[in-house]
Design a binder for this molecule. Structure first.
Ligand SMILES: [Zn+2]
Length: 228
C-alpha cells in the first residue's frame, strides 16, 4: 500500500480507538503512526525495506512499550502502526516473523497497483475527510493553532519518503506516478492530502506569528518607560 492509504487508514483506526478509550489522539500522530513502519526507507541500505519494521517480532514489543509508557494514547497510536501491517497484508505480503522465519511472508496479495488497492486508498482518504469533518479536526486547516503546525511532521514524512523510495529504485517519479490510471488516482490523492496538510502547516505558522506578536506587545507594554 502507498503512503496515502497507510496514513489515512492509521488516522481512521487510531482515532476511533482513541475515541473508544476516551482519549483524543492528535491528528498529526494519527496520520503519522501508519507510515512509521516505512521509516526503514530512511535507513537504507543499512535497514532493508519491508523487513524488521513489518514484522510482529519487532512491532509487538514496540506496541507494548508505547502502551506501557503512554497508556491509552500509546495504545491508540500503536493501533495506527498495526494498521500499516494490515494494509500491506491486504495488497501484498508482510514478513510476519522476520528475522526468525525470513520466509514467513503472508498476505492476501490483492496487488499494487490494482483496483483493490486504489479503492482501499482512495476510500480511506474519503472516509478521513468525512471523519475529520465530524470530529472537528478539519478546523486544523481552517484556523491557526499549535496542532496545525505539527501537521508538518506527517507532511515531511509523506514527501521525503516518497522521494527517497523513488530515488532508491531509480524510478522516474512523475513518469511512474501517471503511468497507469490506478496510479494517477493515487498520485492525485497524495497531492491532495499533501495540499491539505500544507494548508494546516500555514495555519500553524499563522498561529506562531500571532503568538510572537502578542508576546512582543506584552513585552513592550511591561518594559519601564524611559525617564527624562
Ligand atoms: Zn510498508
Amino acid at each position: 500500500m502507498f503512503l496515502l492509504g497507510h496514513s489515512c487508514w492509521s488516522y481512521l483506526f487510531s482515532k476511533t480507538t482513541g475515541r473508544k478509550l476516551n482519549i483524543n489522539l492528535p491528528a498529526y500522530l494519527a496520520l503519522l503512526s501508519g507510515i512509521l513502519p516505512d521509516f526503514d526507507i530512511y535507513f537504507q541500505p543499512y535497514l532493508v525495506h519491508h523487513t524488521y519494521t513489518h514484522s510482529l517480532i519487532v512491532i509487538i514489543p514496540v506496541v507494548l512499550v508505547l502502551t506501557y509508557f503512554f497508556g491509552r494514547l500509546g495504545f491508540a497510536f500503536s493501533v495506527g502502526i498495526l494498521s500499516h501491517l494490515l494494509g500491506d497484508f491486504m495488497v501484498g505480503t508482510i514478513p510476519l516473523l522476520y528475522p526468525f522465519y525470513p520466509n514467513s511472508d503472508v498476505g492476501l496479495n490483492l496487488g499494487i497497483p490494482s483496483l483493490a488497492d486504489t479503492v482501499l486508498e482512495i476510500g480511506a482518504f474519503g472516509l478521513v475527510l468525512v471523519y475529520a469533518y465530524r470530529n472537528g479536526d478539519y478546523k486544523l486547516v481552517l484556523k491557526p493553532s499549535r496542532e496545525s503546525l505539527l501537521l508538518a511532521i506527517p507532511l515531511f514524512a509523506l514527501v521525503t519518503l516518497t522521494l527517497l523510495f523513488a530515488g532508491d529504485r531509480s524510478i522516474q517519479l512523475t513518469e511512474f506516478a501517471f503511468s497507469r490510471r490506478a496510479l494517477t488516482i493515487i498520485t492525485l490523492g497524495h497531492i491532495l492530502l499533501s495540499g491539505i496538510l500544507g494548508l494546516g502547516v500555514l495555519q500553524g505558522f499563522r498561529w506562531y506569528l500571532g503568538k510572537k506578536r502578542a508576546w512582543q506587545t506584552t513585552n513592550n507594554a511591561s518594559s519601564p518607560h524611559p525617564t527624562i
